[in-house]
Design a protein around this ligand. Structure first.
Ligand code: ZN
Length: 325
């Protein structure tokens, strides 16, 4: 395979078991955090569904697998995202519904892959309900999204959901080594993002993510010292004007709060944030109740940022609320 799958053994085992049982669902949702390999799994599963050997594992050798690997398989279809919000519109989904009744070009099946479906419109979801429930025999759907919550319960009840998970540290280090990064930089990336290969790569490649990481740590320090002015300085940084980056910042800060809460209950809890030392100090300086309030504030803010609320106004309001929690 072009993209070797690291980790995600549970997802791969689930797919294989479904193939073997002969009760293969027609609609899948692969969900979980950014960077954990949802797209690679979707590519793997589409290749598996179309592989001429039909074992549930893409053989990599048949014509279908070779086309899938090159990204030119005519029966693996990626409907287009639209607009700034990277959404799928009703029109796009209606076209998919019509197209789904046309027989496959080459293989025995057709696979529609809706990647990053986080902003899929509700009417668009409604328009897919019927086809997702009773697709033609040769049609499969794969959706990927950061969370199940973006879908209507009526969609969720019709798809088989499979979660992605971070790799072990060894798997992550190995994958990053194969990509050619130096071991000192690999350690630095993994200190911040653990076994999330995608985020580690983004950290290594993307200067602004390195800035966001350092801003997150500074924000935690400001909360520890209850310094509203310094928190405001951090949160009005130019880098946080970008919606994606401000969502990442809020999620990373929330992980520090999560670690702080975990430490309150268990001093040797395993920590997941980019700033374990900060989480320890925070655990000494705020109550469980405050941590819970801050967690809720950050969660709501992250959802608002993703829904395109003005992040500058949101951040300045958030500062005061966090300090007063
Ligand atoms: Zn094959």
């Amino acid at each position: 395979m072009k993209n070797k799958i690291y980790g995600n053994k549970f997802a791969l085992d689930t797919f294989e078991a479904m193939f073997k049982s002969g009760r293969l669902p027609h609609s899948f949702l692969i969900y979980g955090e950014k960077g954990l390999g949802k797209k690679a799994l979707a590519e793997y599963l589409s290749a598996a569904l179309l592989c001429e050997k039909g074992t549930g594992i893409p053989c990599g050798e048949c014509r279908s697998c070779r086309n899938a690997e090159k990204g030119v398989h005519p029966d693996i279809i990626y409907p287009e995202h639209s607009g700034k919000l990277n959404t799928y519109t009703v029109e796009t989904c209606r076209n998919v519904c019509a197209d789904a009744f046309i027989a496959p070009n080459n293989g025995s099946a057709k696979v529609y892959v809706f990647t990053d479906a986080d902003n899929i419109q509700l009417p668009a979801q409604n328009s897919l309900l019927k086809i997702v429930e009773e697709p033609p025999d040769f049609v499969y759907f794969i959706f990927t999204a950061s969370s199940k919550d973006v879908f209507l319960p009526t969609i969720i009840s019709r798809v088989t959901s499979v979660g992605v998970s971070p790799c072990t540290f060894d798997e992550c280090a190995q994958a990053l080594g194969i990509k050619g990064y130096e071991s000192s930089r690999i350690s630095e990336a993994m200190e911040n993002f653990g076994g999330n290969i995608g985020m580690c790569v983004e950290y290594l490649e993307n200067e602004s993510l390195r800035v966001i990481t350092s801003l997150t740590k500074r924000a935690a320090d400001s909360i520890i010292s209850r310094d509203e002015y310094s928190l405001l300085t951090v949160m009005s940084s130019a880098e946080l004007k970008d919606r994606h980056m401000s969502a990442v910042f809020l999620e990373m800060l929330d992980r520090i709060i999560r670690d702080c809460t975990a430490l309150k209950f268990n001093k040797s809890a395993s920590l997941i944030s980019c700033y374990p030392k900060g989480a320890e100090k925070l655990a000494d300086s705020i109550s469980v109740k405050s941590a819970e309030k801050i967690h809720n504030l950050l969660n709501t803010a992250a959802a608002d940022v993703r829904a395109n609320v003005n992040s500058i106004l949101l951040m300045s309001a958030l500062c005061g609320e966090i300090i007063n929690s």
